[in-house]
Design a protein. Structure first.
Lengths: 234, 349
């Protein structure tokens, strides 16, 4: 469904991704793990068109994404939940969801979509009139994912959803991600929490200073001594 | 149908007011009537400037500091049209009564001002709004100054002497018609999907893009509409004062408009109206302190930033409108308990 072949991206003179190739199968959850600054966010930003690779090709459902502006990529069915959540802090939960459904012009469908998000995250329904900026970190993450769901993405890009959350909340979020995946969305999950990411995904890629240094089935990678040493802290 | 009715009633109300204001202030018993009439006109012009700038600065969140530049472009463009082409236009519509001829000249001047400033808005907006950050502020500041210097050097519009001999075609009716138009336009935009896009862009550009909003297109649209109204305000200004000088269009004027919306509340139409009225009336009331004007503005701005950063009216009105729409939707969905933000404050983190 999503293929990156030999993608390289840089910021000015800083090379953030070098020759990255990866593939996400339709209906699966794939993960991209790596330490701080490895280039995980850059990979997602490159897919979403928020930065332009200077080499390589990105294909989504057979269509080339390079050079396509972000808003058109969104309309093609890819949604990004950015790092640090980026909810609209000065708007209410409901307004955030409404904006997430920006491309949905049918008011009735919009309401059904909002109801669906409330079903996935009942907590958001309780807080729909609350300003997003006053939500707890976990609730903001729920809102960021819920807002992305409003666009009915076929591919959901998640950038470190577990960042700064307590274990209980992390599990709640990942259960929701599982559900979203079962309901049909393909997921590409970026995580520093390798342990969790490997448990919750089918295929995994390990990124180190902009290069893919390992890849394979998540279950196998979790057993790999190199991964255990570097990322699982065992 | 409803819209036509609305427009007609607005027009007739304005006509009635025009008659009332004229008999009361200009021909009437009130001492210093013409003075009050002038304040009324200037307040209207400032309302148009503030409400339009608010579309860019408050609603779409792009900081422009050269509104006076567009005001100038519109004023000089329109004045040139009626000064140089006025007689020809009158000739073409000679079959109309004098008032009709006046209206024809003014409308053409307005259209020219709108067109010129929309173009100027595109020229300034497209390159600077594609880039992130404060480019727009810098570019608009430069634009305002360049326009002023340019005008100073064009002899056909009077250069440093100023542009005199502009026919007096504008009055209460036209000014407040433009006020109604700008409020209706910005209000309708705000309630449409454009408004949602503007607010999303203001709140977070990357998130807005990622949810399918064409950020550059929307920013440019807001900026061009905003410039157009400033230009039309310029047209009515020049055709009221009958004389234009670049001194009315310096950076100080741009700054004044920014203060109007900051005082009233960035992002709120009512706030912009209030700010414009306050900043027109208060300096008149404190005429003796004329030379301290900028100091007082700056102090007022600092105090407001400290004690009421959201402005006097703040965003309340924008959100209230959004809120009302959603409340209607909610009750259509069946009753869902609504928690007040304050009640949940303790859980924030
Ligand atoms: N806008 C930018 N300008 C310049 N350099 C950048 C920019 N964004 C990221 N970088 C650099 O690119 C490299 C990869 O950054 P990236 O954000 O992709 O890492 P990451 O794997 O997501 O890290 P983290 O886990 O901390 O979020 C880093 O060295 C970073 O400093
Ligand atoms: Mg990152």
């Amino acid at each position: 469904m999503l293929t990156l072949s030999h993608v390289s991206t840089r910021y000015g003179s800083i090379q953030a991704l070098t020759d990255v190739s990866l593939e996400v199968e339709k209906g699966s959850v794939a993960t991209l793990i790596g330490a701080n600054g490895a280039g995980k966010s850059t990979a997602l930003r490159s897919i979403m068109g928020l930065c332009q690779p200077h080499a390589g090709e990105i294909l989504f459902e057979g269509r080339k994404l390079n050079k396509i502006p972000t808003h058109r990529i969104a309309a093609m069915g890819i949604a990004l939940v950015p790092e640090g959540r980026a909810v609209f802090a000065n708007l209410t939960v409901l307004e955030n969801l409404e904006l997430g459904g920006y491309l949905q012009r049918d008011g009735k469908r919009l309401r059904l979509d909002i109801d669906h998000v409330y079903e996935v995250f009942p907590r958001l329904k309780e807080r729909m009139a609350q300003m997003a900026g006053t939500l707890s970190g976990g609730e903001q993450q729920m809102l960021a994912i819920g807002r992305a769901l409003m666009a009915h993405p076929r591919l959901l890009l998640l950038d470190e959803p577990s960042l700064g959350l307590a274990p209980l909340m992390v599990h709640a979020i990942f259960d929701a991600v599982d559900r979203i995946n079962r309901e049909g969305a393909t997921v590409l999950l970026v995580e520093q929490n390798a342990n969790l990411a490997l448990k919750r995904s089918r295929k995994a890629y390990v990124l180190e200073t902009g290069r893919i240094i390992m890849q394979g089935d998540s279950a196998d990678l979790a057993k790999d001594p190199r991964v255990q040493e570097a990322y699982l802290g065992e | 149908m409803k819209r036509i009715f609305f427009v007609l009633s607005t027009l007739s109300l304005l006509g009635l007011l025009q008659w009332g204001v004229t008999t009361l202030l200009l021909d009437g018993p009130i001492r210093q009537g013409p003075y009050y009439y002038q304040i009324l006109i200037l307040a209207g012009i400032n309302i148009v400037l503030a409400v339009s700038l608010n579309l860019t600065n408050g609603i779409a969140g792009q900081f422009s500091i050269g509104h006076a530049g567009f005001f100038a472009v519109g004023a000089y463009m329109a004045a040139s049209v009626s000064y140089y082409a006025g007689p020809a236009i009158r000739g073409l519509v000679g079959f109309l009564p004098l008032a009709g001829q006046d209206a024809a000249v003014l409308l053409l001047a307005l259209a020219a001002a709108a067109l010129a400033t929309a173009l100027a808005g595109l020229l300034v907006g497209i390159p600077s709004l594609r880039l992130r950050g404060d480019y727009l502020a810098i570019v608009t500041l430069g634009f305002g100054e360049i326009i002023r210097v340019l005008i100073l050097n064009i002899d056909a519009v009077g250069g440093a002497r100023g542009f005199s001999g502009i026919p007096k075609l504008s009055n209460f009716f036209w000014v407040y018609l433009l006020v109604a138009a700008v409020i209706a336009t910005v209000g309708n935009l705000l309630r449409s999907s454009y408004g949602r896009a503007f607010i999303a862009i203001r709140e977070n550009e990357i998130a807005a893009q990622a949810m399918g909003i064409d950020v550059t297109r929307h920013k440019v649209l807001a900026f061009v509409i905003s410039s157009m109204f400033a230009g039309m305000a310029g047209c009515l200004f020049g055709h009221y004062t009958m004389y234009l000088h670049t001194n009315s269009f310096t950076f100080v004027k741009s700054f004044e408009i920014i203060i109007m919306i900051a005082i009233g509340g960035l992002g709120s139409i009512e706030g912009a109206v209030l700010g414009a009225v306050l900043l027109t009336v208060l300096p008149e009331a404190f005429r003796g302190f004329e030379s301290y004007r900028m100091i007082i503005y700056s102090l007022a701005l600092i105090l407001i930033m400290i004690y009421r950063p959201q402005g006097i009216l703040g965003q309340a009105s924008v959100l209230k409108r959004l809120g009302a729409r959603m409340a209607a939707r909610r009750s259509a969905q069946g009753n869902v308990p609504v928690t007040a933000p304050a009640a949940d404050g303790g859980n924030g983190g």
